[in-house]
Design a protein around this ligand. Structure first.
Ligand code: ASP
Length: 451
Protein backbone atom coordinates (compact mmCIF):
# COMPACT_ATOMS: atom_id res chain seq x y z
CA UNK A 1 0.00 0.00 0.00
CA UNK A 2 1.03 3.61 -0.55
CA UNK A 3 1.39 6.69 1.57
CA UNK A 4 0.60 9.79 -0.43
CA UNK A 5 1.36 13.35 0.62
CA UNK A 6 0.03 16.54 -0.92
CA UNK A 7 1.81 19.86 -0.53
CA UNK A 8 0.15 23.23 0.02
CA UNK A 9 -0.18 24.21 -3.64
CA UNK A 10 -2.01 20.92 -4.33
CA UNK A 11 -4.58 21.86 -1.67
CA UNK A 12 -4.79 25.59 -2.20
CA UNK A 13 -8.35 25.67 -3.60
CA UNK A 14 -11.35 23.48 -4.40
CA UNK A 15 -10.07 23.19 -8.01
CA UNK A 16 -6.78 21.78 -6.75
CA UNK A 17 -8.52 19.48 -4.26
CA UNK A 18 -10.57 18.05 -7.13
CA UNK A 19 -7.29 16.88 -8.71
CA UNK A 20 -6.21 15.40 -5.36
CA UNK A 21 -9.50 13.53 -5.12
CA UNK A 22 -9.05 12.08 -8.62
CA UNK A 23 -5.50 10.97 -7.78
CA UNK A 24 -6.65 9.18 -4.62
CA UNK A 25 -9.59 7.58 -6.47
CA UNK A 26 -7.33 6.39 -9.29
CA UNK A 27 -5.41 3.85 -7.15
CA UNK A 28 -6.93 1.88 -4.27
CA UNK A 29 -3.45 1.33 -2.82
CA UNK A 30 -3.38 5.01 -1.84
CA UNK A 31 -4.57 4.45 1.69
CA UNK A 32 -2.77 7.07 3.84
CA UNK A 33 -3.20 10.65 2.72
CA UNK A 34 -1.01 13.26 4.41
CA UNK A 35 -1.99 16.86 3.85
CA UNK A 36 -0.32 20.25 4.17
CA UNK A 37 -2.22 23.43 4.96
CA UNK A 38 -3.72 25.24 1.94
CA UNK A 39 -0.82 26.97 0.20
CA UNK A 40 -0.51 29.73 -2.37
CA UNK A 41 -3.12 29.86 -5.16
CA UNK A 42 -1.11 32.34 -7.23
CA UNK A 43 2.12 34.31 -7.03
CA UNK A 44 1.87 36.82 -4.23
CA UNK A 45 -0.85 34.85 -2.37
CA UNK A 46 -0.36 34.05 1.35
CA UNK A 47 -0.17 30.47 2.65
CA UNK A 48 -2.64 29.60 5.42
CA UNK A 49 0.37 28.75 7.64
CA UNK A 50 1.66 32.31 7.23
CA UNK A 51 -1.80 33.71 7.98
CA UNK A 52 -1.86 31.60 11.15
CA UNK A 53 1.58 32.90 12.16
CA UNK A 54 0.24 36.43 11.72
CA UNK A 55 -2.85 35.50 13.78
CA UNK A 56 -0.63 34.09 16.55
CA UNK A 57 1.49 37.25 16.63
CA UNK A 58 -1.60 39.45 16.75
CA UNK A 59 -2.91 37.32 19.62
CA UNK A 60 0.38 37.55 21.51
CA UNK A 61 0.51 41.34 21.06
CA UNK A 62 -3.21 41.73 21.78
CA UNK A 63 -3.85 43.30 18.38
CA UNK A 64 -7.07 43.11 16.39
CA UNK A 65 -7.02 39.88 14.33
CA UNK A 66 -10.51 40.10 12.78
CA UNK A 67 -9.28 40.46 9.19
CA UNK A 68 -6.73 37.65 9.58
CA UNK A 69 -9.33 35.29 11.07
CA UNK A 70 -11.69 36.05 8.19
CA UNK A 71 -8.95 35.47 5.62
CA UNK A 72 -8.23 32.04 7.13
CA UNK A 73 -11.91 31.08 7.36
CA UNK A 74 -12.43 32.15 3.73
CA UNK A 75 -9.76 29.72 2.56
CA UNK A 76 -11.47 26.71 4.17
CA UNK A 77 -14.94 27.97 3.25
CA UNK A 78 -14.07 28.16 -0.47
CA UNK A 79 -12.88 24.54 -0.43
CA UNK A 80 -15.81 23.25 1.66
CA UNK A 81 -18.46 25.06 -0.39
CA UNK A 82 -16.79 23.90 -3.63
CA UNK A 83 -17.64 20.32 -2.60
CA UNK A 84 -21.00 21.04 -0.94
CA UNK A 85 -19.72 19.94 2.47
CA UNK A 86 -22.71 20.42 4.82
CA UNK A 87 -22.59 23.58 6.93
CA UNK A 88 -22.72 21.60 10.20
CA UNK A 89 -19.37 20.05 9.28
CA UNK A 90 -17.78 23.38 8.36
CA UNK A 91 -18.96 25.32 11.41
CA UNK A 92 -16.71 23.41 13.88
CA UNK A 93 -13.72 24.21 11.66
CA UNK A 94 -14.53 27.92 11.64
CA UNK A 95 -15.21 27.88 15.40
CA UNK A 96 -11.88 26.22 16.09
CA UNK A 97 -10.11 29.01 14.18
CA UNK A 98 -11.95 31.69 16.13
CA UNK A 99 -11.31 29.98 19.45
CA UNK A 100 -7.57 29.40 19.12
CA UNK A 101 -6.76 32.39 21.38
CA UNK A 102 -9.03 31.03 24.13
CA UNK A 103 -7.02 27.86 24.83
CA UNK A 104 -4.36 27.80 27.52
CA UNK A 105 -0.75 27.56 26.41
CA UNK A 106 2.36 26.92 28.52
CA UNK A 107 4.00 29.90 26.81
CA UNK A 108 4.02 31.78 23.51
CA UNK A 109 6.19 29.20 21.73
CA UNK A 110 3.49 26.55 22.31
CA UNK A 111 0.81 29.06 21.34
CA UNK A 112 2.63 29.69 18.05
CA UNK A 113 3.05 25.95 17.42
CA UNK A 114 -0.64 25.26 18.03
CA UNK A 115 -1.81 28.10 15.78
CA UNK A 116 0.54 26.96 12.99
CA UNK A 117 -0.43 23.30 13.30
CA UNK A 118 -4.09 24.11 12.76
CA UNK A 119 -3.38 24.87 9.12
CA UNK A 120 -2.85 21.15 8.56
CA UNK A 121 -5.13 19.90 11.31
CA UNK A 122 -8.24 21.64 10.00
CA UNK A 123 -7.31 20.97 6.41
CA UNK A 124 -7.08 17.22 7.08
CA UNK A 125 -10.52 17.34 8.73
CA UNK A 126 -11.90 19.20 5.73
CA UNK A 127 -10.26 16.90 3.19
CA UNK A 128 -11.64 13.86 5.04
CA UNK A 129 -15.13 15.44 4.89
CA UNK A 130 -14.72 16.14 1.16
CA UNK A 131 -13.55 12.56 0.49
CA UNK A 132 -16.54 11.16 2.39
CA UNK A 133 -18.89 13.52 0.61
CA UNK A 134 -17.48 12.18 -2.67
CA UNK A 135 -18.18 8.59 -1.69
CA UNK A 136 -14.75 7.45 -0.45
CA UNK A 137 -14.44 5.38 2.71
CA UNK A 138 -12.23 7.96 4.43
CA UNK A 139 -11.71 9.41 7.88
CA UNK A 140 -9.54 11.90 9.74
CA UNK A 141 -6.74 10.46 11.89
CA UNK A 142 -5.09 12.78 14.40
CA UNK A 143 -1.31 12.35 14.99
CA UNK A 144 -2.13 11.69 18.67
CA UNK A 145 -4.41 8.77 17.85
CA UNK A 146 -1.93 7.55 15.25
CA UNK A 147 0.67 7.33 18.05
CA UNK A 148 3.13 9.97 16.86
CA UNK A 149 5.10 11.38 19.79
CA UNK A 150 7.77 14.05 19.26
CA UNK A 151 10.47 15.80 21.24
CA UNK A 152 9.51 18.84 23.27
CA UNK A 153 10.74 21.52 20.83
CA UNK A 154 7.66 23.53 19.81
CA UNK A 155 8.92 24.65 16.38
CA UNK A 156 11.49 22.03 15.44
CA UNK A 157 10.39 18.73 16.95
CA UNK A 158 11.87 15.32 16.12
CA UNK A 159 9.99 12.05 16.11
CA UNK A 160 10.58 9.74 19.08
CA UNK A 161 11.46 6.26 17.90
CA UNK A 162 8.85 4.43 19.97
CA UNK A 163 6.20 6.09 17.75
CA UNK A 164 7.00 3.56 15.04
CA UNK A 165 5.73 0.70 17.18
CA UNK A 166 2.45 2.57 17.67
CA UNK A 167 2.18 3.47 13.99
CA UNK A 168 2.64 -0.17 12.96
CA UNK A 169 -0.82 -0.84 14.41
CA UNK A 170 -2.27 1.23 11.57
CA UNK A 171 -0.66 -0.90 8.86
CA UNK A 172 -2.97 -2.38 6.20
CA UNK A 173 -5.78 0.06 6.88
CA UNK A 174 -8.83 -0.74 4.80
CA UNK A 175 -10.08 2.80 5.20
CA UNK A 176 -8.42 5.87 3.68
CA UNK A 177 -6.84 7.72 6.59
CA UNK A 178 -6.38 11.45 6.15
CA UNK A 179 -3.58 12.61 8.44
CA UNK A 180 -2.39 16.19 8.94
CA UNK A 181 1.28 16.83 8.23
CA UNK A 182 3.71 19.11 10.02
CA UNK A 183 2.89 18.49 13.71
CA UNK A 184 2.44 15.93 16.45
CA UNK A 185 2.36 15.98 20.26
CA UNK A 186 5.07 15.86 22.89
CA UNK A 187 4.90 13.51 25.88
CA UNK A 188 2.76 16.06 27.75
CA UNK A 189 0.22 16.14 24.95
CA UNK A 190 1.23 19.61 23.73
CA UNK A 191 1.38 20.36 20.01
CA UNK A 192 4.88 20.76 18.54
CA UNK A 193 5.56 21.31 14.84
CA UNK A 194 8.40 20.18 12.63
CA UNK A 195 10.45 22.86 10.91
CA UNK A 196 8.79 24.76 8.02
CA UNK A 197 7.80 22.57 5.11
CA UNK A 198 7.65 19.67 7.55
CA UNK A 199 4.57 17.88 6.21
CA UNK A 200 7.00 15.87 4.09
CA UNK A 201 8.47 14.60 7.36
CA UNK A 202 5.06 13.38 8.59
CA UNK A 203 4.58 11.54 5.28
CA UNK A 204 7.93 9.80 5.61
CA UNK A 205 7.26 8.88 9.25
CA UNK A 206 3.87 7.37 8.40
CA UNK A 207 5.36 5.55 5.40
CA UNK A 208 8.02 3.99 7.61
CA UNK A 209 5.54 3.30 10.42
CA UNK A 210 3.01 1.42 8.29
CA UNK A 211 5.72 -0.20 6.10
CA UNK A 212 4.42 1.37 2.91
CA UNK A 213 5.52 0.02 -0.47
CA UNK A 214 5.89 3.57 -1.77
CA UNK A 215 5.75 7.12 -0.47
CA UNK A 216 4.26 9.36 -3.15
CA UNK A 217 5.01 13.02 -2.56
CA UNK A 218 2.78 15.21 -4.72
CA UNK A 219 3.89 18.75 -5.38
CA UNK A 220 3.71 21.17 -8.31
CA UNK A 221 6.67 20.16 -10.46
CA UNK A 222 6.91 17.29 -12.94
CA UNK A 223 10.19 16.09 -11.47
CA UNK A 224 13.21 17.15 -9.50
CA UNK A 225 15.45 18.88 -12.01
CA UNK A 226 19.18 18.49 -12.28
CA UNK A 227 19.58 22.21 -11.77
CA UNK A 228 17.43 25.10 -10.55
CA UNK A 229 14.94 25.74 -13.42
CA UNK A 230 15.12 29.47 -12.81
CA UNK A 231 18.76 29.39 -13.97
CA UNK A 232 18.54 27.05 -16.95
CA UNK A 233 15.71 26.76 -19.44
CA UNK A 234 14.10 23.29 -19.39
CA UNK A 235 16.81 21.51 -17.44
CA UNK A 236 17.12 17.71 -17.51
CA UNK A 237 14.66 15.99 -15.17
CA UNK A 238 16.09 13.46 -12.72
CA UNK A 239 14.20 10.19 -13.17
CA UNK A 240 15.97 8.34 -10.35
CA UNK A 241 18.29 9.36 -7.59
CA UNK A 242 19.58 7.85 -4.37
CA UNK A 243 18.91 9.12 -0.86
CA UNK A 244 22.56 10.16 -0.64
CA UNK A 245 22.33 12.22 -3.81
CA UNK A 246 19.16 13.88 -2.57
CA UNK A 247 20.78 14.63 0.77
CA UNK A 248 23.84 16.22 -0.84
CA UNK A 249 21.69 18.30 -3.19
CA UNK A 250 19.28 19.40 -0.44
CA UNK A 251 22.31 20.57 1.46
CA UNK A 252 23.17 22.97 -1.34
CA UNK A 253 19.65 24.24 -1.74
CA UNK A 254 17.47 21.68 -3.57
CA UNK A 255 14.28 22.24 -1.65
CA UNK A 256 11.69 20.07 -3.43
CA UNK A 257 11.70 17.46 -0.67
CA UNK A 258 12.42 18.39 2.99
CA UNK A 259 15.83 16.97 3.84
CA UNK A 260 14.74 15.79 7.32
CA UNK A 261 12.09 13.67 5.59
CA UNK A 262 14.84 11.55 4.12
CA UNK A 263 15.75 10.05 7.48
CA UNK A 264 12.57 7.99 8.10
CA UNK A 265 12.52 7.03 4.42
CA UNK A 266 16.12 5.79 4.62
CA UNK A 267 15.54 4.00 7.93
CA UNK A 268 12.44 2.28 6.58
CA UNK A 269 13.97 1.80 3.10
CA UNK A 270 10.87 3.38 1.58
CA UNK A 271 11.17 4.55 -2.02
CA UNK A 272 9.91 8.10 -2.48
CA UNK A 273 8.23 9.22 -5.69
CA UNK A 274 8.05 12.99 -6.16
CA UNK A 275 5.13 13.70 -8.52
CA UNK A 276 3.04 16.55 -9.88
CA UNK A 277 -0.60 16.98 -8.78
CA UNK A 278 -1.23 19.04 -11.92
CA UNK A 279 0.23 16.34 -14.17
CA UNK A 280 -0.16 13.05 -12.29
CA UNK A 281 0.67 10.81 -15.24
CA UNK A 282 4.23 12.20 -15.46
CA UNK A 283 6.54 9.61 -13.84
CA UNK A 284 8.22 12.14 -11.53
CA UNK A 285 11.45 11.40 -9.68
CA UNK A 286 12.15 8.25 -7.69
CA UNK A 287 14.38 8.59 -4.63
CA UNK A 288 15.64 5.22 -3.41
CA UNK A 289 18.49 3.53 -1.61
CA UNK A 290 20.41 2.34 -4.70
CA UNK A 291 20.20 2.79 -8.42
CA UNK A 292 21.94 1.60 -11.55
CA UNK A 293 24.82 3.89 -12.55
CA UNK A 294 23.86 6.10 -15.47
CA UNK A 295 25.81 5.42 -18.64
CA UNK A 296 24.71 8.77 -19.99
CA UNK A 297 25.29 11.48 -17.41
CA UNK A 298 27.91 11.06 -14.69
CA UNK A 299 26.39 13.99 -12.79
CA UNK A 300 22.88 13.89 -11.31
CA UNK A 301 22.50 17.42 -10.05
CA UNK A 302 24.25 20.75 -9.58
CA UNK A 303 23.38 23.29 -6.92
CA UNK A 304 24.77 26.23 -5.06
CA UNK A 305 23.91 27.88 -1.78
CA UNK A 306 25.02 31.23 -0.43
CA UNK A 307 23.99 30.61 3.16
CA UNK A 308 27.57 29.97 4.30
CA UNK A 309 30.44 31.97 5.70
CA UNK A 310 33.99 31.04 6.53
CA UNK A 311 36.55 31.73 9.21
CA UNK A 312 40.05 31.79 7.80
CA UNK A 313 43.03 31.44 10.09
CA UNK A 314 46.74 31.26 9.40
CA UNK A 315 49.45 30.27 11.79
CA UNK A 316 53.00 29.33 10.99
CA UNK A 317 53.60 25.60 11.77
CA UNK A 318 49.89 25.06 12.39
CA UNK A 319 50.27 21.47 11.23
CA UNK A 320 52.75 20.68 14.03
CA UNK A 321 50.77 22.14 16.89
CA UNK A 322 49.25 19.42 19.06
CA UNK A 323 45.74 20.15 20.36
CA UNK A 324 45.08 23.17 18.16
CA UNK A 325 41.96 21.65 16.56
CA UNK A 326 40.61 20.64 19.95
CA UNK A 327 41.02 24.18 21.32
CA UNK A 328 39.08 25.66 18.39
CA UNK A 329 36.36 23.03 18.52
CA UNK A 330 35.93 23.47 22.27
CA UNK A 331 35.29 27.18 21.74
CA UNK A 332 32.69 26.39 19.05
CA UNK A 333 31.05 23.84 21.31
CA UNK A 334 30.84 26.31 24.19
CA UNK A 335 28.87 28.62 21.92
CA UNK A 336 26.71 25.75 20.55
CA UNK A 337 27.97 26.29 17.02
CA UNK A 338 28.33 23.47 14.56
CA UNK A 339 30.67 23.69 11.61
CA UNK A 340 30.11 22.39 8.10
CA UNK A 341 33.63 21.75 6.80
CA UNK A 342 37.16 22.34 7.92
CA UNK A 343 39.66 22.08 5.06
CA UNK A 344 43.22 22.69 6.23
CA UNK A 345 46.69 23.29 4.78
CA UNK A 346 50.15 23.36 6.36
CA UNK A 347 49.80 26.80 7.94
CA UNK A 348 46.14 27.57 7.19
CA UNK A 349 42.73 26.42 8.23
CA UNK A 350 39.28 27.43 6.99
CA UNK A 351 36.16 26.64 8.95
CA UNK A 352 32.91 26.89 7.03
CA UNK A 353 29.70 27.62 8.92
CA UNK A 354 26.03 27.86 8.20
CA UNK A 355 25.74 31.64 8.33
CA UNK A 356 22.38 31.56 10.13
CA UNK A 357 24.04 30.46 13.34
CA UNK A 358 26.19 33.57 13.63
CA UNK A 359 25.69 37.22 14.50
CA UNK A 360 28.26 40.04 14.18
CA UNK A 361 28.73 39.98 18.00
CA UNK A 362 29.22 36.24 18.07
CA UNK A 363 31.79 36.46 15.29
CA UNK A 364 33.74 39.04 17.28
CA UNK A 365 33.61 36.82 20.35
CA UNK A 366 34.81 33.79 18.40
CA UNK A 367 37.67 35.71 16.83
CA UNK A 368 38.70 37.02 20.27
CA UNK A 369 38.49 33.64 22.00
CA UNK A 370 40.25 31.71 19.24
CA UNK A 371 42.96 34.39 19.05
CA UNK A 372 43.52 34.13 22.81
CA UNK A 373 43.64 30.32 22.65
CA UNK A 374 45.95 29.74 19.68
CA UNK A 375 47.48 33.12 18.82
CA UNK A 376 47.08 32.97 15.02
CA UNK A 377 49.07 35.21 12.63
CA UNK A 378 45.87 36.11 10.81
CA UNK A 379 42.18 35.44 11.47
CA UNK A 380 39.01 36.79 9.85
CA UNK A 381 35.45 35.93 8.78
CA UNK A 382 34.33 36.08 5.14
CA UNK A 383 30.65 36.27 4.21
CA UNK A 384 30.99 36.36 0.47
CA UNK A 385 30.96 32.56 0.38
CA UNK A 386 28.87 30.12 -1.63
CA UNK A 387 29.11 26.39 -1.81
CA UNK A 388 28.74 24.82 -5.24
CA UNK A 389 27.98 21.10 -5.36
CA UNK A 390 28.33 18.63 -8.18
CA UNK A 391 26.56 15.42 -7.20
CA UNK A 392 26.21 12.02 -8.86
CA UNK A 393 26.52 8.37 -7.83
CA UNK A 394 27.95 7.65 -11.29
CA UNK A 395 30.82 10.07 -10.65
CA UNK A 396 32.60 7.50 -8.54
CA UNK A 397 33.29 5.26 -11.55
CA UNK A 398 34.46 8.04 -13.84
CA UNK A 399 37.87 9.53 -14.37
CA UNK A 400 38.31 13.22 -15.12
CA UNK A 401 35.19 14.76 -13.57
CA UNK A 402 37.22 17.13 -11.41
CA UNK A 403 39.30 18.26 -14.35
CA UNK A 404 36.23 18.92 -16.51
CA UNK A 405 34.53 20.85 -13.70
CA UNK A 406 37.60 22.93 -12.87
CA UNK A 407 38.21 23.72 -16.55
CA UNK A 408 34.58 24.75 -17.11
CA UNK A 409 34.77 27.08 -14.11
CA UNK A 410 38.17 28.47 -15.14
CA UNK A 411 36.85 29.14 -18.66
CA UNK A 412 34.25 31.40 -17.04
CA UNK A 413 36.85 33.10 -14.93
CA UNK A 414 35.36 31.73 -11.69
CA UNK A 415 37.79 31.72 -8.81
CA UNK A 416 37.82 28.66 -6.59
CA UNK A 417 38.36 29.45 -2.92
CA UNK A 418 38.06 25.86 -1.72
CA UNK A 419 37.78 22.42 -3.28
CA UNK A 420 36.62 19.41 -1.29
CA UNK A 421 36.25 15.92 -2.60
CA UNK A 422 37.17 14.49 0.72
CA UNK A 423 34.88 12.00 2.32
CA UNK A 424 32.17 11.58 -0.28
CA UNK A 425 32.94 9.96 -3.60
CA UNK A 426 29.63 11.04 -5.00
CA UNK A 427 30.08 14.78 -4.71
CA UNK A 428 32.59 17.51 -5.32
CA UNK A 429 32.23 20.72 -3.41
CA UNK A 430 33.65 24.09 -4.43
CA UNK A 431 33.84 27.22 -2.32
CA UNK A 432 33.27 30.27 -4.56
CA UNK A 433 32.28 33.91 -4.24
CA UNK A 434 28.53 34.63 -4.01
CA UNK A 435 28.64 36.77 -7.14
CA UNK A 436 29.88 33.81 -9.21
CA UNK A 437 27.34 31.27 -7.94
CA UNK A 438 24.69 31.41 -10.69
CA UNK A 439 27.21 31.55 -13.49
CA UNK A 440 29.12 28.64 -11.97
CA UNK A 441 25.99 26.47 -11.87
CA UNK A 442 25.23 27.29 -15.51
CA UNK A 443 28.84 26.60 -16.55
CA UNK A 444 28.79 23.17 -14.90
CA UNK A 445 25.36 22.38 -16.33
CA UNK A 446 26.60 23.21 -19.85
CA UNK A 447 29.66 21.04 -19.31
CA UNK A 448 27.95 17.95 -17.93
CA UNK A 449 24.49 18.02 -19.51
CA UNK A 450 24.86 19.76 -22.81
CA UNK A 451 28.13 18.40 -24.16
N1 ASP B 1 2.30 24.26 6.20
C1 ASP B 1 3.65 24.11 6.68
C2 ASP B 1 4.52 25.20 6.08
O1 ASP B 1 4.05 26.01 5.31
C3 ASP B 1 4.21 22.74 6.46
C4 ASP B 1 4.16 22.22 5.03
O2 ASP B 1 3.46 22.79 4.20
O3 ASP B 1 4.85 21.23 4.75
O4 ASP B 1 5.68 25.25 6.41
Amino acid sequence: MKVIKFGGSSLASSTQLQKVLSIVEADDQRRYVIVSAPGKRFDGDTKVTDLLIQYARQTIHRQDATATVQAIIDRYAEIGHGFNVPEDQLTPIFDTIRNLPNQTYADNTYLMATFKAHGERLNAQLVAAVFKQSGLNARYLDPKDAGMVVTDVPDDAQIIDSSYTQLAQWADSKQILVIPGFFAYNRNGQICTFSRGGSDITGAIIARGVHADLYENFTDVDAIYSVNPSLVDQPAAISEMTFREMRELSYAGFSVFHDEALIPAIQGNITVNVKNTNHPTAPGTLIKSTREPSSHYPVTGIASSSSFCSLYLRKYLLNKEVGLGRKILTILETHHISYEHMPSGIDDLTIIFDEHQLTPELEKTLVAEISAAINPDEIYFTHDYSILMLVGESMRNRVGIMSRAATALADHNIKLIMVNQGASEISIMFGIHDRDADQAVIALYDEFFKK
